[in-house]
Design a protein around this ligand. Sequence first.
Ligand code: OOG
Ligand code: MG
Length: 260
Amino acid sequence: MTTWNIDRAATVLLDAEDRRADREPLTDEWPELDLSTAYRIQDETLRRRQERGEKIVGVKLGLTSKAKQQRMGIDVPLVAWLTDAMILDPDEPVPIDELIHPRVEPEIVFVMGARLAGPGVTADEARAAVAQVHGGLEVIDSRYRDFRFTLPDVVADNSSSGKFVMNLAGRPAAEVDAVAEACTLSHGGKQVATATGADVMGDPAAALALAANVLAERGLAIEPGWIVLTGGMTDAVHLVAGDVVRIDFASLGELTITGA
Ligand code: OOG
Ligand code: MG
């Protein structure tokens, strides 16, 4: 039997991503995989992404809303990395054939004005460090078959990162009530879900604070200029070629994305 370690797990996950081949969760064969080791796997995959030229642009929160927690069966929020290779421009079709089984979810996106370093960051401190707020969406794409995973699995897999989109026009953070910000999600012209920022841990700024505090455990901080995806506000919808998904935010604009 081959033994598991951080290096091998990083290789297996990036290989699944590169080959668009889903696989069983790591914990099927490595039940001892714990959360701190999973974050070290995530950091190792980031290091390899950087080695091939990708740049860190920020972080994403995962599983910060009840809708997402219930769907995935995990009620612990997590943090993962965003790189420039994950950015899609608004109106750019989602390249379905570069992904395994993409799903789309609406997210409130922060652009940081100041550095935010934990531990002990509060939602108020987090809110004060935000410069701009954008309407956004994430195209998640687990490397695990049927999105079946435990918390350490999904942490190791960079929280199902795929692509993300943010509206070009953001609004100054001081002018936006992120808690009250409402969105509707439509799939194929049919409205399928609604939510507000309050569905994200009561306040998307609380999710940002959590990200800073989780990163602090590894001696890391959220840097000025970074993009922070605060987590899916609703359950995600599947996206196949030809699909149109539209997200309407109350004050942060509209995004329409198609599967190509
Ligand atoms: C995990 C990724 C979760 C979010 O916004 O909650 C996430 C998954 O659902 O596969 O990105
Ligand atoms: Mg997400």
